[in-house]
Design a protein around this ligand. Structure first.
Ligand code: RIB
Length: 312
């Protein structure tokens, strides 16, 4: 099993199902309310663990009832939670999520996630050096992300940065990251919208992977723009689809799949995640993923993706 370290957020998701987004000042009746486990970091860690990674979660929770549920949930996916920081002064992170047919909107209150500072992660240098892949997002302080990227780069280690929620990133961090996985909207914020996504993909071949939801992903392989398609599924809740994609990508790359194959499989894992309500509920187990792959004869990813590439 490959060692995957996720440094990121852990939240409790307060989820309301509603027919549409309310207008400003409008009151709507929701169809249901549920509490789920979430946080981009935790979601990605659960995805990596379910798909076969030996996973460690680094990050911060409060000292409250939500913290216990967060930790128990991670433990139930056999994730190493021994190094999670428990902060006395801040509450465990929460997210208020509205789920509409085919879409969602999310407000995150970071709370203890903001306590995942440089001083905390510096204690885990050894763990980072023993990793086969590290996964980062932007729901923890940016200085922490910058320190981790720099440390891993200096030690020749691989890191996937999922820049969500998006913020502008320095050229230094972009250069030192092994893979960066924004969606189109995040790409504009991370890189700036003065140049096209295609320009940035060409500048960062085999590194910048742009996710396009149900359409799949695209990247520049050094010769051409490649589009890796996703699969059609019945959508219940899109929350966590991107996280599942990133967690899956970490595992598939760590075990030695080519970038193209890893992306193809990760798109399928991400698609399967949207078939249930809640960010982590639909994340497939390794066996479920394999069963789906066989059932749909999607194992031959090369044939599927050949048609999708255009000459650069
Ligand atoms: O990507 C989905 C996640 O974003 C949710 O689980 C929520 O907690 C926020 O972090």
């Amino acid at each position: 099993m490959k060692n995957i370290v996720v440094i990121g957020s852990m939240n409790v998701d307060l989820v309301v199902e509603v027919d549409r987004k309310p207008l400003v000042g409008e009151t709507l009746l929701g169809k249901g309310f549920q509490i789920f486990q979430g946080g981009k970091g935790a979601n990605q860690c659960v995805a990596a663990a379910r798909l076969g990674g030996n996973c460690t979660m680094l990050g911060s929770v409060g000292v409250d009832a939500f913290a216990n549920s967060v930790i128990e949930n991670l433990e139930s996916s056999s994730i190493n939670v021994n190094n999670i920081n428990k902060n006395n002064n801040l509450p465990t992170g929460t997210a208020v999520i509205e789920v509409y047919p085919n879409d969602n909107s999310i407000i995150v209150v970071p709370g203890a996630n903001n306590a995942t500072d440089v001083e905390y992660v510096q204690k885990y240098r050894e763990l980072l050096l023993e990793s086969d892949m590290v996964l980062l997002q932007l729901e923890i302080p940016l200085e922490t992300v910058e320190w981790v990227v720099d440390f891993l780069w200096s030690n020749n280690k691989q890191v996937i940065l999922n820049p969500a929620p998006a913020s502008k990133l320095s050229e230094k961090i972009l250069e030192k990251t092994t893979f960066i996985t924004p969606n189109e909207h995040e790409c504009n914020i991370v890189f700036g919208s003065d140049k096209s996504a295609e320009y940035w993909m060409r500048k960062y071949p085999n590194k910048l992977i742009i996710t396009e939801g149900e359409k799949g992903v695209k990247y520049y392989d050094g010769k051409k723009i490649c589009r890796i398609p996703s699969v059609k599924v019945e959508v219940v809740d899109t929350t966590g689809a991107g996280d599942t994609f990133n967690g899956a990508l970490a595992v598939f790359l760590a075990v030695g799949n080519s970038l193209k194959e890893a992306l193809y499989k990760s798109c399928i894992a991400g698609a399967l995640a949207v078939t249930k309500l809640g960010a982590q509920e639909g994340i497939p187990l390794f066996e479920e993923f394999n069963e789906y792959m066989q059932l749909h004869e999607t194992n031959n990813f090369d044939q599927q993706t050949k048609l999708q590439c255009k000459k650069g």
